[in-house]
Each structure stands twice: as structure tokens, then as C-alpha cells.
Design a protein around this ligand. Structure first.
Ligand code: NAD
Length: 354
């Protein structure tokens, strides 16, 4: 057995159909008396439902969360926190809403209950990205970790099939990079392999029938495992590249992850034989990058960054940006190979090993 360090992030996880009904008792257990419920504008009805479940414990709803946690939106929410003497946060939604809750916790140390409705996994990570003047900065702080996560499958039934697939790929990306993380360990390896397996077997069933509760439940279980991987070990080429591409060309988060993942894995494949072995077990295929690329196609997900609006001249720009801010990756960052990787993702063609 190799030497390792494993740090578990504390969280109470409540999993199951109907578990949203426990939100009042969980808030009470944490000593919350004046809760602010967060959501996006699109999910305000879910937030109002949570508010009704909380009853007198709820002191307000803030339905202004948007993607990439702009500081201006956090400032607005902070005014509500101060004006209503808020002592706890309940966030219901995807990574955007969870991000707002974390941004408030970063500034206040308020306890959070998170009720995830996508597969992004942010609810179990200490990572918080915030955007100011178009620039996204990312930091890790244990104070932003939610105290309680309620995974209620019923809330995911309304997630459109297309978003379910790209959000599921976003989760898989966390686990894939965890399998070759420099600070990886055998516990996270187990979670990563099981997480990918759960998502990959559930997505085709969700696309066939988006109200398949068993498949949805499996996907949510996988999302928790994959998110836990993201929260525990360091990420490399895939996550850094997605961050650069999405930020520079204003590309949507989950779609960008879905497109880039097979290409980033192809780039690293020859340097990470153990990760490839684990993923080959999941896919029943000796080339998991190819299997991921094929799966995305079969499920109708986007496979080319050009289809998201990235210009062709952006390929060289992204390669230069990746090299200007170097980071650890299992295969060193090489200009020509990086360009091949990004060009493949732009075009939608997965090249042979290079
Ligand atoms: P999202 O939260 O932006 O949600 C996308 C849209 O889907 C929103 O309009 C939302 O209201 C809607 N939606 C969510 N769940 C729904 C449901 N069940 N039914 C119907 N509509 C629903 O998307 P996301 O991909 O979950 O989150 C992306 C954001 O999360 C990005 O800003 C990304 O950087 C961040 N993120 C952070 C971490 C982290 O660890 N810090 C991890 C992953 C993602």
C-alpha cells in the first residue's frame, strides 16, 4: 500500500426521496432561527416551498443567484443578511446557488444547509469561485463548507435531460482528475471509480426517461461521490483548461466540462495507467477517453467548443494562457500537445494518442 494523507470534509448527508421534508428539523438542529433561503430566479418557486417548510424559522427568500457568483449579487444578498439579522442559510439549486451561499458564509461564517438540484458537486467542496469585473478568482476555505446536505431525488426530476447529461459529465470530470491527482489516496480512488460508474450507468436511463426516479437517485449518489473527490484532492489540466476557456470565451460551465473531458483525458492518458485501468473497468473499454466522447455523442451532448461560440483563433490563445500560468499535471504541459488537445475540443474530433 502506498503512503497517503486523507482529510475528510465534515458534512451531514441526508439522502432520499422526500428528504426535503427534514429541512425544518435540520435548521432547528443547527440552532437557526432566522433563515435566508437562496435560489436562482428560475427556481424561486422551490425556494418559496422551502420557506413554507421552514415556517417561522424563515426570515426571507433571496432568488437572485446567477452563474459564477458575481460579487455584486453577493453584496445585494449581504444587505438582506444584515437587514434581517439572518443566522443561517438554506440554498436550493445548482452550483450557482450553492456558490452564493458559500460567498455569504465566507463573509459571515453563517451555517448552511444545501439542497442540490444538479450534479455539479459544489455542496461538498471547500472551493469558492467569485467573479469581479469579469475576472473569476478561486479559493479554498473550510468555512464555506455546508453543515448539512439534503439530497432529495424528487427535486432533480425537473432538471432537463440535456442539463442532466452535461451536469453529470461535470461530476465525472471531478472523479477522473481525482484518479490521477498528485495528492490522491485509495479512499478517494474508490469514491471516484464508484462515482463515475453510478453517473455513467444512470445518464442513458435519464435521457430515455427523465422521470426515472431510480436512475436519478443513482446519478445523485454519483454526484455526491464525485463532488467529494473534487473537495478532497487537487485538480489539474481538465479543470484549469475549463476555467480558462469558460472565463476567456464566456462559455457555459457544464457544457465546457463535457466537451473538454475526453480531450484532457487523452492528453494525460499515457501518463496515468492506474487511472486508465480504473476507468476501463467502469466503461468496459480500454480507451476511456474514447468511451466518454462516444457517450457524450450518444446522449446528444455538445462535443465541439466551436458550437458553444468559441472562435478558432481562441485555440492558440487558450494554449498560451495555459502555459502562462503553469500548474502540476501528470503529463508536463507541452505547447504542441496542448494545442492538439484544445484544437480537438474546438473541432469535436478526438485525436488518436499523441
Ligand atoms: P446552475 O446552478 O447555474 O444551474 C443551471 C440552471 O438550471 C439554473 O437556471 C438553475 O436554476 C437551473 N436548475 C438547477 N437545478 C434545476 C432543476 N432540478 N430543475 C430545473 N432547473 C434547474 O448550474 P450548475 O452547473 O449546477 O452550476 C454551475 C456553477 O457552479 C458555476 O458557477 C461553477 O463554477 C460552479 N461550481 C462550483 C463548484 C465548486 O466546488 N465550487 C463545483 C461545480 C460547479
Amino acid at each position: 500500500m502506498r503512503d497517503f494523507i486523507y482529510t475528510a470534509n465534515p458534512a451531514r448527508v441526508i439522502f432520499g426521496s422526500g428528504s426535503l421534508g427534514r429541512v425544518h428539523d435540520e435548521a432547528k438542529r443547527l440552532g437557526m432561527e432566522r433563515v435566508l433561503v437562496l435560489s436562482t430566479p428560475q427556481q424561486v418557486r422551490s425556494a418559496e416551498h422551502v420557506s413554507a417548510l421552514l415556517g417561522p424559522l424563515c426570515a426571507g427568500v433571496f432568488a437572485g443567484a446567477v452563474m459564477h457568483t458575481p460579487v455584486g449579487v453577493t453584496d445585494q444578498a449581504m444587505q438582506v443578511v444584515a437587514a434581517r439579522n439572518i443566522d443561517g442559510i438554506v440554498a436550493i439549486g445548482g452550483g450557482s446557488t450553492v456558490g452564493l451561499g458559500k460567498a455569504i458564509a465566507l463573509r459571515t461564517d453563517l451555517p448552511q444547509i444545501v439542497i442540490p438540484t444538479t450534479y455539479a458537486g459544489s455542496e461538498v467542496t471547500p472551493i469558492i469561485g467569485e467573479t469581479k469585473d469579469g475576472l473569476k478568482t478561486i479559493q479554498s476555505a473550510s468555512r464555506v463548507l455546508p453543515k448539512v446536505v439534503i439530497y432529495d431525488v424528487d427535486l432533480t426530476l425537473s432538471l432537463p435531460a440535456g442539463l442532466s447529461v452535461t451536469s453529470g459529465f461535470n461530476a465525472v470530470a471531478h472523479a477522473v482528475e481525482a484518479l490521477y491527482a498528485r495528492d490522491g489516496n485509495p479512499i478517494i480512488d474508490m469514491m471516484a471509480e464508484e462515482g463515475v460508474r453510478a453517473i455513467v450507468r444512470s445518464l442513458p436511463r435519464i435521457v430515455a426517461d427523465s422521470s426515472d426516479v431510480a436512475a436519478r437517485s443513482d446519478a445523485q449518489y454519483g454526484a455526491w461521490l464525485c463532488g467529494t473527490c473534487l473537495g478532497s484532492v487537487g485538480m489539474s489540466l481538465h479543470h484549469k483548461l475549463c476555467h480558462t476557456l469558460a472565463g476567456t470565451f464566456d462559455l457555459p460551465h457544464a457544457e465546457t466540462h463535457t466537451i473538454v473531458l475526453p480531450h484532457a483525458l487523452r492528453y494525460n492518458a499515457l501518463a496515468v495507467p492506474d487511472a486508465i485501468r480504473a476507468l476501463s473497468r467502469v466503461f468496459g473499454h480500454t480507451d476511456p477517453a474514447r468511451a466518454l466522447h462516444d457517450l457524450a455523442g450518444a446522449l446528444g451532448a455538445p462535443r465541439a467548443l466551436k458550437d458553444l461560440g468559441m472562435p478558432e483563433h481562441g485555440i492558440d490563445q487558450a494554449a498560451d494562457l495555459a502555459l502562462s500560468n503553469p500548474y502540476w499535471n501528470p503529463r508536463p504541459l507541452e505547447r504542441d500537445a496542448l494545442r492538439t488537445c484544445i484544437a480537438g475540443a474546438w473541432d469535436g474530433d478526438l485525436p488518436p494518442f499523441y
